[in-house]
Design a protein around this ligand. Structure first.
Ligand SMILES: [Zn+2]
Length: 131
């Protein structure tokens, strides 16, 4: 979809913010994080509704989210990592993977805009923890 920011990022082969990418899914830090380490995992194909995903992509999306959650937990020393699917902001299905420390840490009203430098730093931190 030409005006979708996620589709644009997925096809940008020079992007420095992509943490993980394969032929089905892509992961990168959100531009509006609840806290450092807040990532999005998206299918490469533009689709809005998670319940309309084919089973293979659906399972793979969650498998990749689990691997990223382990990296986020390790990199940010968080007691838990939240997995959230809401999908009312950008109309391209995305799973939020976010380190959490306290009840209420998933309140989307607390999200703040990240700078490009913040986003690159989070991408580097999580990529290093994935290895
Ligand atoms: Zn899209």
């Amino acid at each position: 979809m030409s005006d979708c920011p996620f589709c644009g990022l997925i096809s940008d082969k020079s992007s420095r913010v992509i943490i993980y990418q394969d032929d089905m899914v892509t992961a990168f830090p959100t531009h509006a994080p609840l806290r450092d380490g807040h990532l999005l995992v998206v299918p490469n194909a533009h689709l809005e509704d998670i319940f309309k995903l084919d089973a293979e992509t659906y399972h793979h999306l969650f498998d990749v989210a689990r691997k990223l959650a382990a990296a986020v937990e390790s990199a940010y020393q968080s007691p838990r990592v939240a997995l959230i699917v809401s999908g009312l902001e950008v109309p391209h299905l995305h799973l939020h993977v976010c380190p959490i420390f306290h009840h209420g840490d998933t309140d989307s009203g607390k999200a703040k805009l990240a700078t490009p430098a913040d986003i690159e730093r989070v991408a580097e931190t999580v990529r290093a923890a994935l290895k």
